[in-house]
Design a protein. Structure first.
Length: 192
């Protein structure tokens, strides 16, 4: 398995985070992700992320629910179990509307939740690497991948110049994330 190295920078204010993200994007370093303790308005635009397509997935799941409800009820009442209720037609669309609506909403809601969990890799059993213990508490964390040809010392110095209050280098094995704190301390001593 391939080993990846990440340079991690911590910031204590979002006013410092935005210029740092711009500098990192313009410098050519490979930005892995930014972690914040709360949703930060405009960070997705600063990171250059495109708008989510989750609403398209919701529409597709909703259409699937509508087709399933109408198809299943029409098959039941016209082919499988046609019962004459006082001369009413077998395919009585107005009486199908409540169940069709409910199945459309159920398919869309459940499908969008599952799609969201898949896209963000937050399903049960997925291990995520925590780059800093306080990244969900009170610090803003930028993680950059250290690629071949990138000097760790130059990258750490660059991150400090953007206003980082804390920097370190971490190692992760590709596929399953894990932190090697003993190696991080060794890197800290090398870089100091």
């Amino acid at each position: 398995m391939a080993i990846k190295k990440f340079a991690v920078a911590c910031y204590d204010d979002e006013a410092v985070l935005f210029p740092a993200v711009d500098k990192v994007r313009n410098s050519g370093y490979k930005l892995h992700d930014v972690y914040t303790p709360f949703p930060v308005h405009g960070l997705d635009v600063a990171l250059g992320q495109k708008e989510t397509d989750l609403h398209i997935a919701g529409f597709c799941f909703g259409i699937t629910g509508t087709a399933t409800a109408l198809g299943f009820m029409s098959w039941i009442f016209t082919k499988d179990w046609p019962i004459n209720y006082g001369g009413k037609p077998f395919f009585n669309l107005p009486s199908f509307i409540p169940i069709t609506f409910e199945l459309t909403v159920m398919f869309a809601a459940v499908g969008m939740v599952l799609t969201y969990c898949y896209l963000n890799q937050i399903m049960p059993g997925v291990k995520k690497h925590i780059f800093h213990p306080r990244q969900t508490d009170d610090l803003f964390v930028i993680a950059m991948e250290i690629t071949e040809g990138t000097s760790e010392v130059e990258l750490i110095d660059f991150m400090k110049s953007t206003g980082a209050i804390e920097t370190n280098v971490q190692i992760a094995e590709e596929g399953w994330w894990y932190g090697r704190w003993d190696k991080e301390e060794a890197y800290q001593k090398q870089l100091a």
